[in-house]
Design a protein around this ligand. Structure first.
Ligand code: SAH
Ligand code: SF4
Ligand code: F3S
Length: 468
């Protein structure tokens, strides 16, 4: 799952200690970054900071950044320009920091490139933020981009900054060891490490007690989650079974039958049937899997270093459909990766038709510095061809989403209510287990309630329904 380019201005959290110092946080990129901003807010709350949604009154502004595509970095650079003018006109003492993947990728070069930046802190350096702010207050610039093999922030109880109070993210692991040839994440987030399972279950319990009714377990490759380690990363006892992702899912599902569990992202090469059986066994583990395919061509998947073929992927789809009938399935697709032929592109289109995804995130390939692809292949698909292929993928997928949504029309589905719809306040929205959004008329339901909705119609993007 990806929240690319969605800017989230974090609101004041009611449980923050109200201190005299204020921090303004913005998150870009994936859900992991959003969740990390909650860790940052928690670390700074211990130093007496509260959050503000007004940069003009902030003592510190942090942008939690993404490097996945060039466009994501451009968005952040434009935002920095904006803060340059806020600083000049309204708030000259404001400290500006860049956190996250772009900070890790560019390191201290960022201080040269963006003169107004005072702090650069990578994803494993957030515990040092109070010290880094201290350094800036003595007139220096401050950088910490050390990556760690151990840091999981497992003991930090994140300050919840989301708006709806119904669904929340829980990070279960950090980093990635996969080295897909197009991807910058292994360079920006470092080695893969799993978080202590008990702290994950405890966080889910706390969230349930606070009124949350849905948690999404986050990792770059949740299927390789494995916990049987000491803090130093040594295996505690090789004779003890480790907690696998399937086991973790069941542990979190047992917090309460009223707590929905989602997760992201599954990796086709590692997703086991155990995980599928765990989903089938527990009603509160949602019938929804995000399984990025990237391409429908085995030769292309080899160049992408994804570790599976088209046939393997189709076998995983068959397993999902066998074990969890009618499961919601979504994917990620990249168009115009290095050396992509028209035939390879056609294979991606044919895979989309064959699988019938409920939803897809679709991107044009953007070359990233230092990746395997940058070193090994030429980014040789012309921009117009990338765009044309992407448009074909999007159009075909839209038809697929409509077909998939139609399967719910006439059925009654359980919906977890999230809140008023953005377009029309007399209508509310929520999600069904399969992750599709349902719009229904407001009567007197509350966010966090489960209601039965009869689906009366749909578009490719949403379902419409009436209360039963
Ligand atoms: N760990 C997840 C996703 C991480 S990034 C996974 O393995 O699926 C989210 C998505 O961004 C990827 O699935 C991929 O489709 C896309 N992406 C990653 N690098 C990209 C690049 N250089 N250009 C275009 N899209 C990219
Ligand atoms: Fe990137 Fe591949 Fe890791 Fe996903 S699994 S984060 S695409 S390297
Ligand atoms: Fe996420 Fe972007 Fe980093 S997708 S892991 S914030 S590069």
């Amino acid at each position: 799952m990806e929240l690319e380019e969605i800017k989230t201005t974090l609101k004041k959290a009611s449980d923050l200690k109200v201190g005299s110092k204020k921090v303004y946080l913005e998150s870009y990129g994936c859900a992991m970054n959003f969740s990390d901003s909650e860790i940052v807010a928690s670390i700074l709350a211990q130093e007496g900071y509260s959050t503000t949604n007004d940069a003009n009154e902030a003592d510190v502004v942090f942008l939690n950044t993404c490097s996945i595509r060039d466009k994501a970095e451009q968005t952040v650079r434009n935002r920095l320009q904006h803060f340059n003018s806020v600083k000049r006109k309204a708030n000259p003492d404001m400290i500006v920091g860049v956190l996250g993947c772009m900070a890790e990728r560019l390191k201290s070069d960022l201080l040269e490139e963006e003169k107004l930046v005072d702090i650069v802190a990578g994803p494993d350096a957030y515990r040092s933020l109070p010290d880094l702010i201290g350094e800036v207050e003595t007139g220096q610039k401050a950088v910490n981009v050390l990556l760690s093999r151990e840091e999981t922030y497992g003991d930090i109880s994140p300050v919840k900054l989301g708006e709806n109070g119904v669904s929340s993210f829980i990070s279960i692991m950090r980093g990635c060891d996969n080295m897909c040839s197009f991807c910058v994440v292994p360079f920006t987030r470092g080695r893969e490490r799993s978080r202590d399972a008990q702290t994950i279950v405890e966080e889910a319990r706390q969230l349930y007690a606070m009124g949350y009714r849905e948690v999404t377990l986050l990792g770059q490759n949740v299927d390789s989650y494995r916990w049987n380690m000491t803090k130093k990363g040594e295996i505690k006892d090789p004779n003890l079974p480790s907690v696998t992702f399937a086991m973790l899912l069941e542990m979190v599902a047992e917090v309460s039958p009223e707590l929905r569990i989602r997760f992201s992202t599954s990796h086709p090469k590692d997703m086991t049937d155990d995980v599928l059986y765990a989903i089938a066994k527990h009603k509160n583990i949602c019938n929804y899997i995000h399984l990025p395919v990237q391409s429908g061509s085995s030769a292309m998947l080899e160049r992408m270093n994804r570790g599976y073929t088209r046939e393997w992927y189709m076998d995983r789809i068959a397993a999902i459909n066998r074990i969890i009938p009618d499961c919601g399935i979504s994917t990620d697709i990249i168009s115009g990766f290095c050396e992509e032929t028209e035939e390879e592109h056609q294979q991606t289109l044919s895979l989309i038709s064959e699988v019938q995804f409920d939803f897809a995130y679709m991107y044009k390939y953007s070359e990233r510095p230092k990746t395997l692809a940058e070193r090994k292949f030429e980014d040789d698909v012309p921009e117009e061809v990338k765009s044309k292929r992407l448009a074909e993928i999007i159009a075909l997928q839209r038809e697929g989403s409509l077909i998939r949504n139609k399967r719910f029309v006439g059925k009654t589905c359980e919906v977890l209510v999230e809140g008023p719809s953005k377009k029309n306040k007399s209508e509310w929205y929520g999600r069904i287990s399969e992750n599709s959004v349902v719009i229904f008329p407001y009567t007197n339901q509350l966010p966090g309630q489960y209601i039965n909705v009869k689906i009366t119609g749909c578009t490719s993007a949403t379902l419409k329904g009436e209360l039963e």
